[in-house]
Design a protein around this ligand. Structure first.
Ligand code: SF4
Length: 221
């Protein structure tokens, strides 16, 4: 599922046709495809799907467009559903709707899902596990509730402190350039716990308290 549902949909095709096309691509005949599309739309909490099919993407709200994209993605019956920043640019109401949508997909379809997101609330509500990434590598991996309630890695701690409800404390510095990555720990220039070893040796992922962390000082609390 691409981010920015508005840009991902074809603005000159009616909504119904966009889902139907997926079934057509999979060799399902038009009539059957339309029936399946309507069924999927209903399941994904889109009210009055027949009327919706007759509209164009710009006539839908952000949340509805996202559900339409979800219908298209699920029409392929994927084994793995990857959603890229699914709540980016959505208003608070549509964000709540997105949590409901992904919870439903998880519960009703039993799909393996990979959500790429900065939305920690969405991650907590929907995901079983969270892998926190910094400069292209995983720095912490554990059950979602553990990562968010008792973060271990300094970057994860910084992310949580930067949440508005936690005082909006920004992390110092900026992410390193991908073409000039620093030696040692990729986070050492911004880490308040950094020691000499950190700028020399790149830390490996290590098991700690049942989760995984990439830090020389796993016992940081
Ligand atoms: S290895 Fe060092 S710099 Fe990197 S996160 Fe751990 S303490 Fe901070």
């Amino acid at each position: 599922m691409p981010q920015n549902p508005a840009g991902a949909l074809n603005p000159i095709l009616k909504n119904g046709l966009q889902i139907e096309e997926v079934f057509e691509e999979r060799g399902v005949d038009k009539k059957q495809g339309m029936k399946k599309s309507l069924g999927l739309m209903k399941k994904l909490l889109l009210r009055d799907p027949k009327k919706l099919c007759d509209l164009y993407p710009h006539q839908l709200s952000g949340g509805m467009r996202q559900r339409l994209i979800a219908c298209m993605s699920l029409s392929f019956e994927p084994k793995l559903l990857i959603a890229d920043e699914p709540t980016k640019g959505l208003d608070p109401e549509a964000k709540t709707g997105a949590v409901e949508l992904f919870t439903k997909i998880k519960k009703d379809y039993g799909k393996t899902m990979l959500l790429i997101t900065h939305d920690l609330d969405l991650a907590l509500e929907v995901c079983d596990r969270i892998a926190v990434m910094y400069a292209g590598e995983i720095v912490e991996l554990d059950e979602a509730s553990k990562v968010l309630s008792t973060p271990m890695h300094p970057y994860t701690k910084g992310l949580i402190r930067a949440q508005p409800r936690n005082g909006l404390v920004p992390l110092i510095g900026q992410s390193p350039s991908r073409i000039r990555l620093p030696d040692g720990c990729l986070f050492h220039q911004r880490c308040r716990y950094s020691g000499i070893e950190c700028s020399r040796k790149h830390p490996e992922m290590k098991n700690h308290k049942g989760g995984w962390i990439r830090c020389h000082f796993q016992s940081l609390q």
